[in-house]
Design a binder for this molecule. Structure first.
Ligand SMILES: Nc1ncnc2c1ncn2[C@@H]1O[C@H](COP(=O)(O)OP(=O)(O)O)[C@@H](O)[C@H]1O
Ligand SMILES: [Mg+2]
Length: 361
């Protein structure tokens, strides 16, 4: 059994309108246990794609009616097909096409006239890469499920410990000596802390697993609603909340709300020791992205540690200074990743912090 048979039969969709190319490629690939389907027009290619997902697409640049670029653009814009590797078939002197192909999300190109060894090597590389990416994704999923079930299973015994302590406090007939009371109080505080951490971990896991909806969301309204809710919890505070016009975006409304909750609750928490807190929400636009920044004049942090903060349980402030679990920023990063966005944070000790995130337009 050779290597190609071991790999299991892989399916390639060949999209080309030149009979000699088709014949040549089919003759090479069929020798190596590939299953090949051929489309001579862009439209047919899209139809064949929908009938069955191939492992890789070989796509000719120049075809009448719908050219290779248009086909590539359509495939890459559909979430269900966008991860199928595409290799463009181009002429050797056609640098412009090669560049455009990469811009549109193609993985590679081969030049005509084809060298059969090179063609095979490139096809195999991309099929292997795709398999490895899938395996990594699967491993992450498993890790997430593991994290979820461990957290979930730990919650019940921890609740029991809490209940038992409460029981000793309230129902135990012998009065407890003060030292014992203090120790029990400490145990209760610690177990409350762990329960909080576990609840946040479960929330973190949920943000990875939750099925995403795509809805229109008025981002400014979400900021205003969440701010009103949080301010309600500490109405005595003196806070200036300034917000610019923000776009209507597409995303999952629950996740975006959780995102804003985590950002604003940090801004409010880390300004809680200032007599006058100032929080500014601003918008910048680039060609492809919206960039939203939330600036506060709170405790800030040493900027050289900023990249750490998106890790689970990473904190730069002690529990005595500011209460927290260190999961909030990790949750925001997950949510943004799922929306094809990014997050970053900068800070200056004593001056404040700026949390920024980008979302594609
Ligand atoms: N607005 C902010 N101002 C100052 N420090 C911040 C701010 N936001 C986040 N941080 C720092 O990043 C850490 C992680 O934030 P987060 O994940 O939300 O956890 P938590 O708020 O529960 O501590 C915080 O502990 C804090 O040190
Ligand atoms: Mg937080």
């Amino acid at each position: 059994m050779n290597y190609y048979q071991l790999m299991g039969q892989k399916e390639i969709l060949l999209v080309d309108d030149t009979p000699e190319h088709i014949e040549f490629i089919v003759s090479i690939l069929s020798e190596y246990n590939f299953k090949i389907r051929v489309a001579t027009k862009g439209k047919t290619a899209l139809k064949l794609l929908k009938q069955h997902r191939p492992d890789l697409i070989l796509l000719d640049v120049y075809m009448p009616v719908m050219n290779g670029f248009e086909v590539c653009k359509l495939i890459k814009s559909d979430n269900f097909y966008s991860d199928i590797p595409i290799i463009f078939l181009t002429a050797s002197n056609d640098e412009e096409s090669i560049e455009k192909g990469f811009e549109l999300g193609a993985q590679d190109y081969v030049v005509k006239p084809f060298n059969s060894k090179e063609l095979l090597a490139r096809i195999n590389t991309h099929i292997k890469l795709k398999q490895q990416t899938e395996a990594i994704k699967e491993a992450y999923k498993e890790l997430d499920s593991f994290c979820y079930s461990v957290s979930h299973d730990l919650k019940a015994p921890l609740f029991s410990i809490n209940k038992l302590i409460e029981f000793i406090f309230s129902d135990y007939s012998n009065p407890l000596n003060p030292e014992c009371m203090e120790l029990l109080n400490n145990i209760k505080e610690k177990s409350d802390e762990i329960i909080k951490m576990i609840s946040r971990l479960l929330e973190f896991s949920r943000m990875c697993k939750l099925e995403m909806k795509s809805e229109e969301i008025n981002l400014k309204q979400v900021f205003l609603d969440v701010y009103a809710e949080l301010k309600n919890l500490e109405p005595e505070r003196n806070i200036s909340f300034n917000i610019q016009e923000l776009p209507v975006i597409k995303g999952d409304s629950i996740m975006i709300r959780v995102l804003v909750q985590n950002i604003l609750s940090n801004a409010l928490k880390y300004t809680s020791k200032k007599s006058h807190a100032i929080i500014d929400v601003t918008l910048k636009e680039t060609k492809n992205n919206y960039i939203i920044s939330v600036k506060d004049n709170g405790a800030g942090f040493d900027n050289k540690y900023s990249s750490r903060l998106f890790g689970v349980f990473e904190r730069l402030h002690s529990e005595n200074e500011f209460k927290g679990t260190g999961v909030g920023l990790a949750i925001t990063q997950r949510i943004l990743k799922r929306h094809n966005g990014k997050a970053w944070i900068t800070g200056e000790v004593g001056k404040g912090a700026v949390y920024s995130f980008s979302l594609p337009k």
